[in-house]
Design a binder for this molecule. Structure first.
Ligand code: ADP
Length: 432
């Protein structure tokens, strides 16, 4: 406040006005009437500026107060200053609020603020996206009316927010949300929801993987155990039975060691590699070695097995590419009935190099094609478990191809045959 403005100042001002007029009244012999008239004038003056003040406060938009003399100038200026100060504070608050909202928008989770009674106060864009909320039009509406999920409603009603809950997004049931609520002032609560769909899927995959491995190992172990018990109980088995038991046990232990080897190569491949461009694979040489091995494997079924190999070398991991090629050719040999036709080729197609294995085997129905590279996926589980398949071969192929920025393409017509192929992009091809 202005230092000059005080009770003494008001008193002095009044005295300076009243005293000369009173003196004049006394000279004229009308002291009291003149004094009363002067006081009425003072009152009218005050009413006038009071009216101007009210008019300015309620009806004018101008920030600046109207001009006023005497003590009213202090009142007007005082109000003006207070208004300026609160306007500055309001601006600072708006800036702070904007910054808070920008920060809340930047977090990768849905954030919803609601009151003790459950009314929506604010939500960020992800909150609108995951829960289908509309802000600001939904402001004030109870969350339990906006998100109509029984578990969520019960969670809000109980008010025990020490644990989180999981629920599907009301907008997209495939999205699983983890919701937690935190009270952050007496009257307000912050709800944070994050998309845990992938985590859930990974968790499910892990469980399925463990269940599959256990199942795959259990079958041969049960067979082995059965034969061992048989051998233990009967002292002298007829030679025919003994031979059968030994062959069967050998088969099952081979099956187990094949499965374990495949699991090991999958886990080895999971370790990411960075030095792809530092390695060179002489594909023609590798394929020639594999051709000899595959001809050996083909002895039993006597397929017509042919190789067409262009002289293309690439950057890559030799052990992984060997595994890819062997898996694809061995599958063709394995699944094609005896004396089929299998063609293997490694050739230039446009800028890229393409590897293909084509057979005239039983083919694969369209509904299986998209799932063949899943771990443990087999078209005919019963038949393949008898014939030794684990369902891991094509998963290994895809994993290895991932490291070469490639993917397995499968074309197949039931009853006619299949074509498995992958392409290596031009950056990985070594110019001759
Ligand atoms: P598996 O160890 O069972 O062979 P893969 O992952 O290598 O596992 O193959 C998955 C499934 O794809 C097999 O169970 C088989 O049914 C099918 N499959 C793979 N290659 C061929 C092929 N050349 N012809 C027909 N079916 C095939």
């Amino acid at each position: 406040m202005d230092r000059r403005f005080s009770a003494i100042f008001i008193f002095k001002s009044l005295l300076w006005f009243i005293a000369p007029i009173g003196f004049l009244g006394w000279l004229l012999g009308y002291f009291w009437p003149v004094l009363a008239l002067a006081l009425v004038a003072v009152l009218a003056w005050h009413y006038f500026y009071q009216y101007k003040l009210v008019d300015w406060l309620w009806h004018r938009r101008a920030m600046l107060p109207p001009r006023a003399p005497g003590s009213w100038s202090y009142i007007y200026d005082g109000i003006y200053r207070t208004q300026r100060r609160s306007q500055q504070r309001r601006r600072a608050l708006v800036r702070l609020l904007r910054r808070f909202r920008e920060a809340a928008e930047a977090i990768p989770d849905a954030a919803i603020v609601f009151s003790r009674t459950g009314g929506l106060i604010w939500c960020n864009k992800l909150g609108q996206f995951y829960f289908g909320l509309k802000w600001p039009s939904d402001a004030g509406i109870r969350l339990s009316n906006l998100i109509r999920h029984p578990e969520f409603i019960a969670y809000l009603r109980q008010g025990d927010f020490t644990h989180e809950i999981h629920l599907p997004s009301p907008v997209n049931a495939d999205v699983e949300l983890e919701v937690r609520v935190m009270p952050y002032s007496d009257e307000q609560f912050l709800l944070i929801a994050r998309d845990v769909t992938q985590l859930k899927q990974l968790e499910q995959m892990r469980k399925d993987f463990v269940a599959n491995v256990s199942h795959e190992l259990k079958t041969p172990l049960t067979v082995l155990q059965g034969y061992l018990e048989l051998l233990e109980q009967s002292d002298a088995l007829p030679p025919a039975m003994l031979n059968k038991a030994i062959t069967e046990m050998q088969g099952q232990s081979e099956r187990m060691s094949h499965l374990v080897n495949q699991l090991l190569s999958l886990s080895r491949m999971e370790i990411s590699r960075y030095d792809l461009f530092e390695r060179v694979v002489d594909m023609p040489q590798l394929l020639n070695v594999i051709a000899t091995e595959m001809n050996q494997l083909n002895q039993a079924k006597q397929h017509q097995l042919s190789f067409h190999i262009d002289p293309i070398k690439i950057h890559g991991f030799e052990d992984e590419l060997r595994s890819v090629v062997i898996n694809l050719i061995a599958n063709a040999i394995h699944y094609t009935p005896a004396q089929g036709v299998i063609e293997v080729s490694w050739r230039q197609v446009g800028d890229e190099a393409e590897f293909t294995v084509t057979d005239n085997g039983p083919g694969i129905a369209a509904e299986h094609l998209g799932r063949l590279t899943e771990r443990f996926y087999r078209v005919d589980k019963d038949r393949n478990s008898k014939t030794g398949g684990t369902g891991l071969g094509l998963a290994i192929v895809q994993q290895a191809l991932d490291h070469h920025h490639s993917r397995l393409e499968i074309e197949s017509t039931p009853g006619q045959g299949s074509r498995f192929s992958f392409r290596i992009s031009q950056e990985l091809i070594i110019k001759a």
